[in-house]
Design a protein around this ligand. Structure first.
Ligand SMILES: NC(=O)c1ccc[n+]([C@@H]2O[C@H](COP(=O)([O-])OP(=O)(O)OC[C@H]3O[C@@H](n4cnc5c(N)ncnc54)[C@H](OP(=O)(O)O)[C@@H]3O)[C@@H](O)[C@H]2O)c1
Length: 297
C-alpha cells in the first residue's frame, strides 16, 4: 500500500513559523484571530468565550441550540457573535461556515466544548441517552472539525477539546459518558498526529467537578446536586470543587500562539482529585509502624 503523501510543509512553515509567533509586546494575544466555541451559551463554554474576547480575539462565534442563552452571552462583549447551531447536524456546521464568511473566512481556534452528561446504568442502559451522548460529545466534533478544516489557519490553527477526567477515570452509572470522553481523549491524540503536518495543534482540557447546568439533566434536585458537590469538595485534595474560571484560561492558553510547540496534550484540571483515584498504599518506610519494613519486599 502506498503511504499517504505528507503535505509538503517545511519546519519553518509549520508551528514555529512567523505567522504563529507570539503577539508582539503590547498587542492583544488573539488580535485578528477568529474563534469558535461550541456550547458557548452557558457554563465552561461561556467562560471560554469571554476569555478569548478579553484576550483580544477579533470574533468569538458561540454556538448552541438555545438562542436566548447565546444572545445573553453575546451581549456581554462586542466580539462575541451568537450562532444558533446544533453541533450534531450538517446545518449546524453550515451556519458556522456562513458566519465565518463575514469574518474573513478565517478560523484560528476551534473549541469543542458542547457536551451532555446522562447517567445510564450498565445493567439497564438507556440506549437513547447513549446515542445522544455519542452524537453530541464525539460525532459532533468529528463533523465540525471536518467541515471547518478548510477555513482553519494553516499553519497556526488550534483545536481544543473540553473533555473530562471521566475519559480516563470513569465513574459508576456513567459508562457511556465516560466512553464519549475517552473518545474525546482519543480524538485529541489522533487529530494532533494527523493535523501536525498542517501546523494545526490539538489539545484537551479534562476537568472534574465544576458546578454548571450539565448536572441538571439527571433527575437530581438542586439539594441533591448541592450534596453531591459537598461530597466532591470534601474528598478533593485542595478542598473545593471547580468553577468555570478554573478551566477557561487553560483553554485559551492551549490555543495561544505562545503554546505553538504544544500538541496532543490532555490537561487534567481537578484540584488533585485524580490523585485520590487509586487507594493509597498502606505500606511506607516512612509510616513508622511495623508494616513499613514490608515495603518493596
Ligand atoms: N461541569 C463539569 O463538571 C464538567 C466536567 C468535565 C467536563 N465537562 C464538559 O464541559 C463541557 C461543557 O459543559 P458545562 O459543564 O459547561 O455544562 P453546560 O453549561 O450544560 O454546557 C453544555 C453546553 O453544550 C451545549 N450543547 C449541548 N448539546 C448541544 C448540541 N447538540 N449542539 C450545540 N450545543 C449543544 C448546551 O447548549 P444548548 O443546550 O443550548 O444546545 C450548553 O451550552 C461539556 O463537554 C462537559 O462534558 C464538564
Amino acid at each position: 500500500m502506498t503511504p499517504p503523501t505528507r503535505e509538503a510543509k517545511t519546519m519553518s512553515e509549520t508551528a514555529a513559523s512567523p505567522g504563529t509567533a507570539p503577539a508582539p509586546d503590547g498587542a492583544a494575544e488573539f488580535a485578528g484571530r477568529n474563534v469558535v466555541v461550541t456550547g458557548g451559551g452557558t457554563g465552561i463554554g461561556r467562560a471560554a468565550a469571554l476569555e478569548f474576547a478579553r484576550r483580544g480575539a477579533a470574533a468569538v462565534i458561540i454556538t448552541g441550540r438555545r438562542k436566548e442563552r447565546l444572545a445573553e452571552v453575546a451581549a456581554e462583549h462586542a466580539a462575541i457573535v451568537a450562532v444558533p447551531a446544533d453541533v450534531t447536524t450538517e446545518d449546524g456546521a453550515q451556519a458556522v461556515i456562513e458566519e465565518l464568511r463575514s469574518h474573513g473566512e478565517r478560523l484560528d481556534v476551534l473549541v469543542h466544548n458542547a457536551g451532555i452528561y446522562r447517567q445510564t446504568p450498565v445493567a439497564d442502559p438507556n440506549m437513547a441517552y447513549a446515542r445522544e451522548m455519542l452524537e453530541t460529545n464525539v460525532l459532533g466534533p468529528v463533523l465540525l472539525t471536518a467541515r471547518l478544516l478548510p477555513l482553519m489557519t494553516s499553519p497556526g490553527g488550534s483545536i481544543v477539546f473540553v473533555s473530562s477526567v471521566a475519559g480516563h477515570n470513569p465513574e459508576p452509572y456513567a459508562s457511556m459518558y465516560a466512553v464519549t470522553k475517552a473518545g474525546a481523549h482519543s480524538l485529541t491524540l489522533t487529530m494532533a498526529k494527523e493535523l501536525a503536518n498542517r501546523g494545526i495543534r490539538v489539545n484537551a482540557v479534562a476537568p472534574s467537578a465544576v458546578r454548571t447546568e450539565v448536572y441538571d439533566a439527571n433527575g437530581l434536585t438542586t439539594e441533591q446536586i448541592d450534596g453531591l458537590f459537598r461530597g466532591f469538595a470534601a474528598a478533593n485534595p485542595l478542598g473545593r470543587t471547580g468553577v468555570v474560571e478554573d478551566v477557561a484560561p487553560w483553554i485559551a492558553r492551549f490555543a495561544s500562539p505562545e503554546s505553538s510547540w504544544i500538541t496532543g496534550q490532555i490537561l487534567v484540571i481537578d484540584g488533585g482529585a485524580d490523585l485520590t483515584a487509586a487507594a493509597d498504599s498502606p505500606y511506607s518506610p516512612y509510616r513508622g509502624d511495623s508494616r513499613g519494613s514490608d515495603w518493596g519486599s
